[in-house]
Design a protein around this ligand. Structure first.
Ligand SMILES: Nc1ncnc2c1ncn2[C@@H]1O[C@H](COP(=O)(O)OP(=O)(O)OP(=O)(O)O)[C@@H](O)[C@H]1O
Length: 253
């Protein structure tokens, strides 16, 4: 049985550098739990900005967001972010080792560190051999992405806001990371709100699609409908461009 976990009412955000110019506006929608919603659209449409608003990392210039019926003012920022957690495309590693980064959540929230779970999830995303005593600053981009993801998963949020979290990964690590996220969704009912430019990923994981264009949420549809029968000319053009790019891509035997 699905229920509403996030509600967006007339949400709007202006360009940070150009007040009075709207990056997007009038976004009203609902995220049901548990569901996997993709946020799609061309670059610069405000997808990351929208996700950051939902993660209580930025504030809207218009409208309201509710999580489980309550506005941000009724939650503390810390409690909201523990329940609706953002994972950045280029995550910031905290000073210290990989282990210290993974222990951030337990330190901040005075919980026991779930060492076995952390090991299991690191293994699941292809980092089973990573030396936890290594300074986190020395990790590759793809390693940082996965350590940041596991660091956030240890919060056990109800909603994960995923900002192109597999963009720096090779095909095998990407698949492994997708599998872990889908497993958490299936087992714990974690709601996923997922920005991706990866066509295959979108087709394989998405249940619902939000399509942003021209500062509006133009489509909010079941994924099958969006991919097979988009309702707007903008979405049709976007899908044709993606399909053409994919067909032009070199084949790797
Ligand atoms: N902190 C900021 N200061 C100035 N401009 C910003 C800031 N954050 C976002 N913007 C601008 O807002 C617009 C939307 O950015 P955003 O990253 O949200 O788009 P996006 O749809 O996620 O793009 P992409 O798919 O390329 O990641 C861009 O023009 C960006 O330059």
């Amino acid at each position: 049985m699905s229920s509403s976990i996030l509600t967006l009412e007339q949400l709007g955000k202006q360009f940070p550098s150009q007040p009075d110019t709207w990056l997007f506006s009038g976004i009203s929608a609902e995220i049901l739990s548990p569901e996997i919603t993709l946020i799609m659209g061309k670059s610069g449409q405000g997808k990351s900005t929208l996700l950051r608003l939902l993660g209580f990392l930025d504030t809207p210039d218009h409208g309201t967001i509710r999580h489980l019926g309550k506005t941000p003012a009724e939650w503390s920022a810390e409690k909201w972010r523990m329940s609706v957690s953002y994972v950045a495309q280029h995550p910031v590693m905290l000073p210290g080792t990989v282990e210290e980064n993974l222990q951030t959540v337990s330190r901040l929230h005075k919980r026991p560190f779930e060492s076995d779970t952390a090991h299991q999830w690191m293994e699941a995303v292809g980092l089973g051999d990573l030396d936890w005593s290594k300074p986190a600053a020395q990790l590759s981009g793809g390693e940082k992405q996965r350590v940041a993801l596991v660091r956030t998963l240890l919060l056990r949020p109800s909603v994960l806001l995923l900002d192109e979290v597999t963009a720096s990964l090779d095909a095998i690590s990407k698949r492994a990371t997708e599998e872990l996220l889908l497993d958490l969704h299936r087992r714990f009912g974690t709601t996923l709100l997922w920005i991706t430019h990866d066509w295959e990923q979108a087709r394989s994981v998405g249940q619902r699609v939000w399509f942003l264009a021209g500062g509006r949420l133009l489509e909010d549809s079941p994924a099958a409908l969006f991919f097979h029968a988009p309702q707007t000319p903008e979405a049709r053009e976007f899908l044709i461009l993606h399909r053409d790019q994919k067909e032009d891509a070199p084949c790797h035997p």
